[in-house]
Design a protein around this ligand. Structure first.
Ligand SMILES: [Fe+2]
Length: 361
């Protein structure tokens, strides 16, 4: 996005995945991955899944998206969902899906176990597909106390909307707060500055889409995305912006003193924080602390962007907080799965053979 200054240099966060004889991250690789998670809030493990495993993930996503009765997630944007600009939905806890999730949990155990006890629940398993014409999400934090991961089941280009992160902005190291009040306020100033530019970008993009033959607007879409009264935190949505009813970005965040500080500290904020745009290759897994600043950009290409995602709690969590903050499939609510159960699960023999083959070759 040209309005937003992002770096596509992800080398500081990337690590080639090395597996041991059991098909899990090798000790040295896991230690390095953990160091990056602690320092930056994320690690990008390249080649964690083989092509065949990534294909399995893609097939699970396709199966879910093709199901007319799929469970749509509202957390991204109800309006984008309504106009099929995004298709974010939760995966059912079928044996193949749980096998895939268990494979990831087992492979990443040495990193995940630093944050998650065996009793902590799997919060959700979702697919995140975005199409051309989607809005750029505001820079935001997901609910605290969670480790999430994205799996690239096929190559994702920057143009398709690979997730952007602001490294080092995670709120906690272990259980302790990582930053003081002044740093938190500076992060908030940086976020507000970015979100102002995202608002302008989303509005300009919608305006251009009015006469576009490539990405035409559906009847009523412009009105719904700009003046929507429904809950939607990632649209330009001027009505809720002005009324202060958008928790991610609204006029009430732009008090004169804040605007003054933003103008005064702009250069310093741009030196202290940077937006990093990811473009994960097939088989890459991005592991991140949920409370770091990030956003799903708009897809600016004709190719759909597909990601597989899952989240595990770092603490015990009430059902209300779980269901408010995450999108578990009804089958996962009916039969919850803990991190320990995922670790103990014997995954399909075929996947095991595939893993053995990779280690041998
Ligand atoms: Fe998010």
């Amino acid at each position: 996005m040209k309005d937003l200054d992002t770096s596509s240099d992800t080398s500081a966060f990337e690590l080639p995945a090395e597996l041991d004889a059991q098909g899990r991250l090798a000790a040295a690789c896991a230690a390095e991955a953990l160091a990056r998670m602690e320092a930056h809030g994320l690690v990008i493990l390249t080649g964690l899944l083989s092509d065949a495993e990534a294909d399995t993930g893609l097939a699970l996503i396709r199966q879910t998206i093709d199901d007319p009765n799929r469970q749509r997630c509202a957390f991204a944007s109800e309006t984008d969902n309504r106009y099929v600009r995004r298709d974010f939905c939760s995966l059912p806890a079928t044996p193949p899906v749980t096998d895939f999730v268990a494979t990831l949990a087992q492979r990443l155990e040495a990193v995940l176990a630093h944050y998650c006890d065996r009793a902590h629940p799997l919060l959700e398993v979702t697919t995140l597909t975005s199409y051309r014409g989607a809005s750029h999400q505001y820079i935001h934090r997901d609910p605290s106390g969670v480790i999430s991961l994205f799996v690239a089941v096929e190559d994702v280009s920057e143009l398709q909307g690979g997730t952007v992160f602001v490294p080092g902005t995670q709120l906690f190291d272990g259980a302790a707060p990582k930053h003081g009040d002044s740093t938190l306020e500076r992060m908030e100033l940086f976020r507000i500055g970015c979100n102002w530019r995202i608002l302008r970008h989303n509005l300009a993009k919608l305006w251009d889409m009015r006469g576009s033959s490539e990405t035409p607007l559906a009847p009523g879409e412009f009105r719904d995305r700009v003046f929507s009264r429904i809950w939607d935190e990632h649209q330009p949505n001027l009505l809720r912006f002005v009324l202060g009813k958008n928790s991610q970005f609204s006029l009430r965040m732009l008090a004169p003193r804040r605007l003054w500080n933003l103008a005064r500290q702009r250069a310093e904020l741009d030196r202290a924080f940077r937006l990093v745009s990811t473009a994960p290759r097939k088989g890459t897994v991005i592991l991140y602390q949920s409370d770091m600043l990030h956003a799903g950009p708009d897809n600016r290409s004709p190719e759909p962007r597909r990601l597989f995602s899952m989240s595990i709690a770092r603490e015990a969590i009430s059902a209300k907080r779980w269901h408010d903050g995450y999108s578990p499939h009804p089958s996962l609510i009916a039969q919850p799965l803990s991190f320990g159960e995922l670790l103990d699960r014997r995954v399909g023999a075929e996947q095991q053979r595939e893993s053995d083959f990779r280690i041998a070759s």
